[in-house]
Design a protein around this ligand. Structure first.
Ligand SMILES: NC(=O)c1ccc[n+]([C@@H]2O[C@H](COP(=O)([O-])OP(=O)(O)OC[C@H]3O[C@@H](n4cnc5c(N)ncnc54)[C@H](O)[C@@H]3O)[C@@H](O)[C@H]2O)c1
Length: 357
């Protein structure tokens, strides 16, 4: 597909990954971007402030479940590509309030697919050839691995949390719209992301802001759950590559080949902070670590085999975990004005996911 100048509708673009994608697309392409976001608690203006006045950027505050407004957006913006990142994304919140996840992640994705199909059918064939619906998903849909093995595109789905079940459902709807109606769908399933502008409820930013606030650094269970970490800018590059050059109907698993236990991640953050911003009292940040009751149904290990996207599209991550975490911690140290109001406003970082349901 010619990637010269596309009209790209990004949903969830005021969130963590969506904003990284938009910042990249404005800086590195000629694409025209429309960011459609409901602005939930997870959205921040700061994440898109650097592009807000750019002539190739637009924003519309819309709920992706609102079929009439979404249809209108397709009419007015007339996209070549839609990248769906709008979602409820925090596993602990999905344990406490699964209904929000079913609504946005499943009904919202269905609403977008229907609008995209109507739009696609009305396009002339030359534009149909380049139209893409890119649904962004997670490796969590595959369930949990033992000590060995990897998730890849052919791994059967086995979601185990309300979050991953809702994402799995939306993946199936996206694939069904491809097979049943011929919509040119692309699907990506990525491992855990980290980097600038991540809401301080997820492990890495939560650990950084709690460390700097002198609070306990909560580690679930014994901290031996394993995740494969990817720096968000590398994910954004992969997403761009997939919707510009990926084959419609294909799915791609994306990961950083950076498996770490949660405890190792927290200890690494502590060690970097000891160097970059030593505590005033001469003690080490790791002394703030505290082990807390595990998340119910906590998946044991995720790991990605990203050889397909590497071989077919030429993608590989530019950051290893050490360079990515150093950049991330440096960013949080320099941007307290972004995260401090969030933790005060939303009590982010308080223990979620323990509701007795
Ligand atoms: N964060 C990760 O590690 C990770 C890894 C793999 C895949 N993903 C997937 O990537 C996508 C983005 O994740 P993220 O971490 O950036 O999430 P996020 O929570 O930071 O951002 C989600 C964005 O979606 C918006 N949104 C939520 N509900 C909406 C609705 N009904 N209508 C319109 N907008 C709505 C929010 O306002 C927010 O800006 C999600 O689909 C997630 O499942 C995330």
């Amino acid at each position: 597909m010619a990637a010269s100048r596309l009209r790209v509708l990004v949903t969830g673009g005021a969130g963590f990954i969506g904003s990284a994608l938009i910042r990249r697309l404005i800086a590195a392409t000629e694409h025209q971007i429309l960011n459609v976001d409901k602005l939930t608690y997870a959205a921040t203006w700061g994440s898109v402030a650097s592009v807000a006045d750019h002539p190739r950027y637009g924003f519309a505050r819309i709920d992706i479940c609102d079929a009439a407004k979404i249809a209108e957006i397709f009419r007015v913006f007339d996209p070549d590509v839609i990248v769906n990142l709008a979602a409820e994304s925090h596993v602990d919140r999905s344990i406490d309030a699964p209904g929000d996840f079913v609504r946005t992640n499943v009904i919202g994705a269905y609403t977008l697919l229907e609008a995209a199909l109507g739009h696609y059918r009305g396009l002339p064939s030359a534009r149909q050839d380049k139209f893409r619906f890119h649904h962004v998903s997670t490796d969590e849909v595959f369930g949990s691995l033992g000590a060995t093995g990897y998730f890849r595109e052919t791994t059967p789905y086995n979601p185990r949390s309300p979050y991953s079940a809702s994402k799995a459902a939306s993946d199936h709807f996206a694939q069904a719209w491809r097979h049943t109606y011929g919509l040119p769908v692309l699907l990506t399933n990525c491992s855990n992301n980290y980097g600038p502008f991540q809401f301080p409820e997820k492990l890495i930013p939560l650990t950084i802001v709690k460390a700097l606030s002198g609070k306990t650094l909560p580690v679930y269970g014994t901290g031996d759950n394993i995740r494969d970490w990817l720096f968000v800018e590398d994910h954004a590059e992969a997403l761009q590559l997939v919707f510009e050059t990926g084959n419609p109907g294909e799915s791609y698993t994306i990961g950083g080949s950076a498996e770490r236990t949660n405890l190792t991640v927290v200890e690494t953050i502590c060690a970097v902070l000891d160097r970059l911003r030593p505590r005033g009292d001469g003690r080490r940040y790791r002394e703030q670590i505290g082990f807390v009751t595990d998340r119910p149904g906590h998946d044991r290990r995720y790991a990605i085999d990203a050889s397909k996207i590497k071989a077919e599209l030429g993608w590989s991550p530019r950051h290893d975990f050490e360079t990515g975490i150093e950049k991330t911690i440096g960013w949080y140290l320099a941007n307290e004005a972004w995260w401090r109001p969030l933790i005060e406003r939303d009590k982010a970082g308080e223990r979620l996911g323990l509701t007795a349901r």
